[in-house]
Write a protein that binds this ligand. Structure first.
Ligand code: UGA
Length: 437
């Protein structure tokens, strides 16, 4: 099939490459020339494991191309909308400017029978509104909403082997011709047994925001337990292991630490609350305000613990922050708790050095006032305290004996609770975790 993917950010670039891998002829369209030329040269404009290799592989088949010209959508039968829906400036709601513009700009290039498939995370009601606009100019074009659940760092495998496919279509009928068209797009994952759920449009939109809200709630729940464990002298990691063995609860997403960040969870829960308010159902989501508050409190807590670790004052203390990305295997620093903590420490008088295997370039653009160092070894030198804030494998593997040779004071705050506390203490370190005795 010939497929258009509009918006070549995280979601769109990965989706375009994966659709070509599934055998389709794909054109990725983006207004950003820099992105388009990087992707055309098989180089992703962000770090995602396996994506450059996949881009190269599919581009060699001739099935994948990129363009800034919306007219390249002409001739495709399926058009995926994958543009961003960031948080509005100064408000909780989602900014739909890009989704609206992509839909509007696409309209002149559609033919009867074409299918528009939204993948962007949107407030419930957006799909029906867009379907109305599309119908006015292109009555024979179908609209579906097909939310995406990929995780950064696992984006390629999540797209090629999704847990489930959700198809939203007005009326929610499995018999609709558009459902058959989307089945052809996803023929390969469907053949391997991927569950497919056909829903109406609002349910499909809600599935996505509900899933992200649940994940955020799980993380904030365990972080609330970490606060209690700190107060009671208990161990949140053991607690998570124990409750996680109940398969109704599950151990995944119960890692207490500095909290969630990134381009999705924080903005999605806020947009969800804003939308619920517009719908007159704000009470249903007041708990998400608490989820957000618990999450933001983690950052202040870490700054306070760092101050304690440094003997009561951060002034002039040389602090090395290990990790800038919002999570490992990513160079994404959007709403990264690690970077926000680093910036707070600096504001409060510490001399902060940040290191990260992939995210330094993005971090320096966001917080140019911080000092960045590529080499972990150099970053450790003469540190008065280390803060491990993103759990890259390299930091998990740090040897406490070797590390103590570089630092000026053997103190470490493990913001992700991933180090073996007894091993670090045995090597002479003052070790602090979060919610661990
Ligand atoms: C999230 C969802 O997991 C995806 O399913 C969804 O498709 C995506 O948002 C999206 O909406 O596009 P992602 O933002 O890549 O994916 O990151 P996650 O793996 O969910 O991690 C989010 C944050 O939670 C990270 O900062 C991570 O460090 C933190 N986290 C995660 C914890 O603090 N504890 C945990 O136990 C798990």
């Amino acid at each position: 099939m010939r497929i258009t993917v509009i918006g070549c950010g995280y979601l769109g670039a990965v989706h375009a490459a994966c659709m070509a891998k599934l055998g389709h002829e794909v054109v990725g369209i983006d207004v950003d020339e820099r992105k388009v030329s990087a992707l055309s040269a098989a180089s992703a404009p962000f770090f995602e494991p396996g994506l450059d290799a996949l881009l190269k592989e599919v581009q060699e088949t001739g099935r994948l191309s990129f363009s800034t010209d919306m007219a390249s959508a002409k001739g495709s039968s399926v058009h995926f909308i994958c543009v961003g829906t960031p948080q509005k400036k100064g408000e909780n709601g989602a900014d739909l400017t890009y989704v609206d513009a992509a839909t509007r700009d696409l309209l002149p290039y559609l033919s009867p029978g074409d299918l528009i498939v939204g993948k962007s995370t949107v407030p419930v009601g957006t799909a029906a509104r867009l379907a109305g606009i599309i119908e006015q100019t292109q009555p024979a074009v179908h609209t579906m909403w097909n939310p995406e659940f990929l995780r950064e760092g696992h984006a390629v495998s999540d797209t090629l082997h999704p847990d489930r496919l959700v198809y939203g279509i007005a009326g929610g009928s499995e018999e609709h011709i558009a459902v058959q068209v989307l089945d052809r797009v996803y023929a390969t994952p469907l053949e391997t047994g991927t569950p497919r759920l056909v829903t109406d449009l609002p349910t499909a939109e809600l599935v996505k925001t509900a899933a992200n809200s649940f994940l955020a709630t799980k993380i904030s729940f365990i972080n609330a337990m970490a606060e209690l464990c700190d107060a009671a002298g208990a161990d949140v990691t053991m607690l998570a292991d124990a409750i996680g063995l109940d398969d109704r609860i599950g151990r995944k997403f119960l890692n207490a630490g500095i909290g969630f960040g990134g381009g999705c969870l924080p903005k999605d829960i806020r947009a969800f609350m804003a939308r619920a308010g517009e719908l007159g159902a704000d009470q249903a989501l007041t708990f998400l305000r608490e989820v957000d508050a618990i999450n933001m409190r983690r950052r202040t807590r870490v700054v306070e613990l760092a101050r304690e670790l440094c003997g009561g004052s951060l002034l002039g203390q040389r602090i090395t922050v290990l990790g800038a990305a919002f999570k490992p295997e990513s160079d994404d620093v959007r709403d990264s708790p690690a970077l926000s903590i680093a910036a707070q420490l600096q504001l409060q008088g510490a001399v902060v050095t940040v290191t990260d295997p992939k995210a330094l370039h993005n971090a320096a653009r966001r917080f140019p006032e911080l000092h960045y160092e590529e080499s972990t070894e150099v970053a450790l030198q003469r540190a008065d305290a280390l803060l491990l804030l993103t759990e890259w494998q390299e930091y998990r593997d740090l040897d406490p004996y070797e590390a103590s040779a570089f630092v000026s004071s053997s103190k470490i705050l493990d913001g992700r609770n991933i180090l073996d506390a007894s091993k670090w203490r045995a090597a002479g370190w003052t070790y602090r975790g979060l919610g661990r005795p």
